[in-house]
Design a protein around this ligand. Sequence first.
Ligand code: GTQ
Length: 345
Amino acid sequence: MHELGRLEDLPQDYRDELTKLNLVPLWPSLRAVLPPNVPTRKTQPTFWAYDTLRPLLMRAGDLAPMEKAERRVLVMANPGHGLEKMQASAAMYLGMQLLLPGEWAPSHRHTPNAVRMIVEGEGAWTTVDGEKCPMARGDLILTPTGLWHEHGHDGDQPVVWLDVLDLPIVYFMEASYVIPGERQDTKASRGDRAWSRAGVVPSPVFERSSKRNPVLRYPWAEARAALLGLAADQPDLEAVQVTYVNPETGGDAENILGFYSLMLRPGQTLRLPARSPAQVFHLIEGSVQALIVDSRFNLAEADTCCAPGYEAVTLTNLQADKPAFVFIADESPLHRKLGVYENRG
Ligand code: GTQ
């Protein structure tokens, strides 16, 4: 591809005239916005170790009382985007949130979708749309766009979870806002029981529901059992992975980001193909090395890292005698809906 004219090649009076009229010549910037073959990505391979993050999060427990914080979160920001942008990738936001015993993070609802992956502690819960979702390690709890949610804690130890939101893309769309609310009345019953038996969904008078995803909480015990079952039943299967789905549609659990759990067999090395969406890896159990472009990250439990899109990622289970379990978030639903999804192998 040949070089195009530069801005400096244009006479100053011409440039000034254009600027005055809110006009910009395309050709000096054309290659920047349409680079050949591979997009420019600000997302850098980045690693956040839980054991270094945790003490700082606990200190935030003293420094930022709930009334002053609303949500007590340390955002895991990708330096490639600039820390102040609070982005892990183009579309993903990551944060570690701390709730102390007896605390309450007030009810609100907002346009970005969120999920929480519970990292440590017991006795906390999130109420989503009136449904009280208890938190246990490894559980995935959804707060889809527009639903009221608040967090509470009846236990006696700190509770920490990983927040994954599509905030950056919703903010970029100038569609991000929040509405504060009152403490929710909780329903006595769970809303998802009829959907939590694989293969059957409610169909009163033969009509299937087309409402939002009826499942707001995906217990780790069940996802883990599914992975172990899959691995046992298909010994030759390379990628032992499950996707968190809406059981009504079989589609993604949320509209913008995709969520998965991956099991690495003892000692297994798995190469994930280069696909267009950026990805986040969070280790639920075990010990895993992630090779992302030129970076090698050793993940211990509760560590997190991210990878830019269009790059293959190699994951290795560092333990020869135990499986490892990785939670993955990516931008696939967004890319597929927008028609830009690619798998380059
Ligand atoms: O818990 O509702 O990390 O609203 C960022 C924004 C968590 C939450 C975040 C939020 C929340």
